[in-house]
Design a protein around this ligand. Structure first.
Ligand code: OAD
Length: 268
């Protein structure tokens, strides 16, 4: 049983309709706009693509993606940290510097604006850059942690200040263990509370926007299917096809920084 009573077979918006140069609010399907206007609960699942227009690299885009240039097995696993903690620490310090100089873009801002318009809203992000908070989103569910935070590798306590020696990884002032970024590495569990909150949002939302994610990394990638089984309309916003595209009710082919503000403006 559908929660919103909107048909699933509405037509898709194509890349041509949604060119970067002249986005038009009139290109959206009326049923999509009606579904968003009447939704009591909208969820958004975001990935690295929403921060691309802020100058932050995605992971899997050919050439520019981080995993096209760096080996995640050497940088983003507990065993990599055990083998070469300094390399891992420095790589995250480098990414942290990029994040500090990046600014939220129109896509982040549009989601914060959408949150203010609906009775209930959940922003679920795989991103660790904190740009949603800086754009005004109230309490994003961070599935993969936050790169701006550092924690003790033994106790898990978040540490506000540390001194970084030149040739070594900084240590926890309390227990002496090495500090590490507060992000989820491959082979690690997602934070339990965040995953439970994301699961709850997927089950209860009327519409889920899936923005800028390749939908390849689980368990985050399972959330749209869960939402759909629970009756939500799925809207993908991504310039490229993903494994999710075929199952989405609406596919908006374009950059998040263009599509999202236009979509939110179309709700007026
Ligand atoms: P990916 O790099 O896998 O996918 C980025 C997606 O963003 C691709 O589908 C692009 O087509 C799309 N994209 C690029 N530019 C865009 C734009 N301007 N607007 C909208 N979409 C755009 O990134 P994620 O799906 O976030 O995990 O990757 C998931 C996880 O894999 C990350 O959280 C990270 C990584 O390994 C951990 O580090 C644990």
């Amino acid at each position: 049983m559908r929660k919103t009573g909107i048909r699933r077979d509405a037509r898709r918006v194509t890349a041509r309709e949604f060119g970067m140069a002249t986005p038009s609010p009139f290109a959206f399907d009326g049923n999509l706009i009606a579904a968003l206007r009447s939704a009591r609960f909208i969820a958004a699942l975001t990935g690295a693509g929403i921060s691309a227009e802020s100058g932050l690299a995605t992971f899997r885009d050919a050439q520019t993606g981080l995993w096209a240039r760096f080996d995640p097995r050497e940088l983003a696993t507990p065993s990599a940290f055990a083998r070469n903690p300094k390399l891992v620490w420095d790589w995250y310090a480098w990414r942290r510097e990029h994040v500090a100089t990046a600014r939220p873009n129109a896509g982040h801002v549009a989601l914060a604006e959408l949150e203010r318009r609906v009775p209930e809203f959940a922003l679920i992000t795989q991103n660790v850059d904190g740009l949603h908070q800086r754009a005004g989103s109230r309490s994003p569910i961070e599935l993969h942690g936050n790169i701006t935070r550092v924690k003790c590798s033994r106790e898990g306590t978040v540490v506000e200040r540390w001194t970084a020696p030149r040739d070594a990884v900084p240590r926890c002032a309390h227990c002496g263990a090495m500090l590490r970024p507060d992000v989820v590495w491959f082979e690690e569990m997602l934070p339990e509370q965040a995953l439970a909150a994301a699961d709850d949002a997927a089950r209860r939302c009327n519409v889920m926007l899936v923005v800028g994610t390749s939908a390849e990394v689980y368990p985050a990638a399972a959330l749209p299917a869960l939402a759909r089984r629970s009756g939500a309309i799925i809207v993908e916003i991504n310039p490229n096809a993903t494994p999710l595209s075929a199952a989405a009710d609406y596919v908006l082919r374009g950059a998040a920084g263009v599509v999202l503000p236009t979509l939110v403006a179309a709700l007026d």
